[in-house]
Design a protein around this ligand. Structure first.
Ligand code: FAD
Length: 431
């Protein structure tokens, strides 16, 4: 039995269901395709992926290739569309089945159906949900249509009735005969149309991509500095790498699983300390799950102007507003500092994201999807569900039962009382 693991947003060897399943066969090959369409300009004027996430992805692939090599599995990487690569590989290597993480959003569904169309009907595609904390079979809602539209109801039910599955071990190594004679280089940034660059000296995310660096971050944040024990008190911070876990970029491309983080929190609670702060990291992971379930329930509505509520608000689309928001030259210094941080580093804190989104959608009343698309391009941790779900939430077309609008000067006063964050990013020398 020959298996092909088609890696997508599950770029890890530990706790990876598709890899586990594939390794039950006699021989395994692994493939990752970087769709060139990610770098074309989309309907809102942005590419889907800008340089920050592109670099992080290439670093992640480097790590994955090394980790798979330890299992005698070759990872082939192509900067091409999956449909132009995978069907040919299936034929060439006489693959019987393809193992992959199950996705349900528009682009991912299209990508899979294009591949399937070009494959013989005998090829089995084994799809597995592997991105959740609470597996869809374990949540206490019979049908996805029963999913509550209010987070707290979802969280309480899951905390009471669902349990997080155990992590899967790294599979046993295959024999050396499994290694392919063929190999592909890891693309460089310039192959994707970007110039090489160094991280900004003030970035709050000074980390590299990859499964090994994700584990190193847990080691640092949980075990060495024990910052996890203060997480709830610091999570609204704005400066430096330790006010929050910074695990989102690794979670987004699957170089670490939510289950692995959960298990590490539980181990920390047992061995070091259990408090509100340690619980709160799990609470946030449940938010992450929630937005995945929202998109599972509502499908493409998460990309539509009226959102999941089908609200008929009137929205503007002003080029001037867009330019000043992106460049950080609006009337609000706190918004500007956050937007400049994003442009310079690919990172923005959760507090910042909430404020700039609220300002864009509720103050300027601009089409919220433009803001979401800009975030999609720029964020190092872009995740389709979290991004579009949070944007809907902050724009009044999603799951916020209170439909709040942020008072930006008040927020700046509360979270940046001495203006340290604003001073950092608003210094003229940075331009
Ligand atoms: P921590 O505070 O350490 O939280 C731990 C983990 O919990 C995070 O890594 C993340 O996986 C999850 N989490 C925390 N807050 C949220 C949240 N509000 N929604 C969903 N999951 C959450 N997060 C993304 O991962 N990708 C995105 O594209 C994204 N876009 C966003 C857009 C807007 C407008 C807003 C308001 C929020 C967005 N978030 C997104 C959520 C949140 O801002 C980030 O997950 C968080 O800032 C990442 O930092 P951290 O890993 O240090 O988080």
């Amino acid at each position: 039995m020959k298996s092909l693991v088609w890696f997508r947003n599950d770029l890890r060897v530990a706790d990876n269901s598709s890899l586990q399943k594939a390794c039950q066969g006699d021989s395994v090959i692994a493939v990752y395709c970087i769709d060139p369409a990610l770098f074309e300009t989309g309907p809102y004027g942005f590419r889907k992926m800008e340089k920050y996430r592109a670099k992080f992805l290439l670093q992640t692939l480097g790590d994955l290739k090394k980790n798979l090599a330890l299992l005698n599995i070759s990872l082939l990487i192509y900067p091409r569309k999956a449909k132009d690569v995978i069907p040919d590989l299936i034929k060439k290597y006489e693959v019987d089945h393809v193992c992959l993480q199950k996705e349900w959003t528009r682009d991912e569904l299209k990508e899979l159906s294009e591949v399937r169309e070009k494959c013989s009907e005998n090829i089995e595609f084994i799809e597995t949900y592997d991105q959740f904390l609470f597996h869809p079979e374990d949540i206490p809602f019979k049908n996805i249509s029963d999913l509550p539209d209010i987070f707290t109801q979802f969280r309480k039910q899951c905390e009471k009735y669902a349990r997080v599955r155990e992590c899967l071990d790294i599979p046993e190594a295959k024999g050396p005969e499994n290694i392919l004679t063929e190999s592909t280089p890891i693309p460089e940034l310039k192959d994707l149309g970007f110039s090489p660059f160094e991280p900004h000296p003030h970035t709050a995310f000074p980390f590299q991509g990859g499964e090994n660096t994700a584990l190193a971050r847990i080691e640092e944040y949980f075990w060495e500095t024990k910052k996890l024990a203060y997480y709830k008190k610091t999570r609204n911070g704005l400066l430096g790498k330790d006010y929050s876990s910074k695990l989102s970029p690794w979670l987004a491309n699957g170089s670490i699983s939510a289950r692995t983080i959960y298990r590490e929190v539980k181990r920390f609670e047992k061995e070091i300390k259990k408090n509100q702060d340690t619980y709160w990291l799990i609470f946030e992971l449940i938010w992450r799950d929630y937005f995945k379930y929202v998109s599972l329930k509502y499908g493409d509505s998460i990309f539509q102007l009226g959102g999941i509520l089908k609200k008929d608000y009137s929205w503007n689309n002003s080029e001037t507003a867009r330019t000043s928001w992106i460049n950080g030259t609006t009337s609000e210094p706190f918004v500007n500092a956050n937007m400049i941080e994003l442009a310079k580093t690919g990172w923005m804190s959760n507090r910042g994201r909430q404020n700039v989104a609220s300002f864009w959608a509720k103050e300027l009343k601009q089409d919220w999807r433009i803001g979401a698309s800009y975030f999609e391009a720029m964020l190092i941790d872009y995740d389709v569900h979290s991004n579009w779900g949070n944007w809907m939430y902050n724009s009044g077309v999603g799951n916020d039962p209170r439909d709040r609008k942020f008072n930006i000067p008040r927020q700046a006063g509360m979270y940046d009382p001495q203006g340290k964050f604003q001073n950092r990013w608003l210094q003229p020398s940075l331009f």
